[in-house]
Design a protein around this ligand. Structure first.
Ligand SMILES: Cc1cc2nc3c(=O)[nH]c(=O)nc-3n(C[C@H](O)[C@H](O)[C@H](O)COP(=O)(O)OP(=O)(O)OC[C@H]3O[C@@H](n4cnc5c(N)ncnc54)[C@H](O)[C@@H]3O)c2cc1C
Length: 299
């Protein structure tokens, strides 16, 4: 039995490890668009960004784990197309991989501000991968001015790291309070107080009008009330969307993610999906929806 896994992060690695435990003979191939060895994302905005953890310390598995477990890791290559009729995945480098079972673990993509309001400018950052972390770390310096758009976990973690490094930080949140989607008002209140104690300014109920641009770079943000906050760089932490591009092109059922059943099976019985790209059936969720992201087992 040959399983091809698309995506090289938490979900892909956990699934590969479990598959190996279940079968010593299974052929397991991981296709990852990342050039690096698979790493954990959560420390990127925490211990890695603060310099407390090295890249080796945040790897999901050590380099020799793949050979020891007979797991083929193809790095730095996109899976471009799924040919369901021939049970084949076509890669961007021209290679074609046949499969008996396919597991899509393509994750999520950060939402970006539209280009019309300056979301494309080079010093307007998102925080999703190692490259994003490095770009931010370079700019988090004493005296630098950072505006964070979005008072969720990612934005607040970036604010925290930047303020520790001496940057002047302002957080803009459109809702009436930070962490509205993910935490209760009391927790949000404690987090707000802690950030403010460290000098972070937090503006809630603050609607962004546009990024202010000068010479092809962002120099600040303008709010809908006309006020402008100067910035040397900007981080947007405004959520993610499930990466369903490949599944959609293959004709699988999509509803805020690749729709899977309780066995993680998609609308094609030979194709499964897991992690941030998948939409899993639940009785109820906090948001009231009856589907959620599939749980990712952490290394
Ligand atoms: C900075 C940061 C901090 C976080 N902190 C926390 C935290 O504290 N607690 C928590 O619970 N969660 C946290 N998260 C969220 C957590 O990291 C994600 O839920 C988790 O990474 C999801 O894993 P995944 O494998 O489903 O997807 P992803 O991690 O998104 O990985 C998917 C991978 O698939 C690759 N890929 C996509 N399409 C293709 C293709 N066609 N071909 C080949 N490869 C492809 C992508 O490049 C990516 O590397 C954090 C996320 C970030 C970015």
């Amino acid at each position: 039995m040959k399983t091809v896994i698309i995506g090289g992060s938490h979900a892909a690695l956990s699934a590969a490890a479990e598959l190996r435990k279940l079968s010593a003979e299974a052929e397991i191939v991981i296709v990852s668009s990342d050039a690096e060895l698979p790493y954990q994302r959560p420390p990127l905005s925490k211990a890695y960004m603060s310099g407390k953890s090295s890249f080796e310390q945040i790897l999901l598995r050590p380099e020799d784990w793949y050979a020891a477990n007979r797991i083929t890791l193809i790095r730095g290559v996109f899976a471009d197309r799924i040919d369901r009729a021939h049970k084949t995945v076509h890669l961007a480098d021209g290679e074609a991989l046949s499969y008996d079972r396919l597991l899509i673990a393509a994750g999520a993509r950060p939402r970006r501000l539209p280009e019309e309001i300056g979301g494309h400018l080079p010093n307007v950052h998102v925080m999703r991968d190692l490259g994003d972390a490095h770009a931010l770390m370079e700019q988090m310096k004493d005296g630098a001015r950072l505006v964070v758009i979005g008072g969720g976990y990612i934005g607040l973690e970036a604010a925290s790291e930047a303020s520790k490094k001496g940057a002047t930080v302002t957080v803009i949140e459109a809702a009436d309070r930070i962490l509205k989607r993910v935490a209760c008002a009391e927790t949000a209140g404690d987090v707000r107080t802690l950030h403010q104690a460290h000098g972070v300014r937090i503006f809630e109920n603050a609607a962004l009008k546009q990024i202010v641009e000068d010479g092809g770079r962002a120099t600040g943000v303008e709010l809908s009330d006309g006020s402008v906050i100067a910035a040397d760089f900007i981080v947007t932490g405004i959520g993610v969307t499930p990466d369903v591009a490949l599944a959609d092109q293959a004709g699988l059922t999509i509803a805020n993610g690749v729709v899977v059943d309780r066995e993680l099976r998609s609308s094609d019985p030979e194709i499964f999906a897991i992690g941030d790209c998948a939409s899993f059936p639940m009785a109820t969720t906090i948001s009231g929806s009856n589907r959620c992201r599939t749980p990712t087992t952490w290394a």
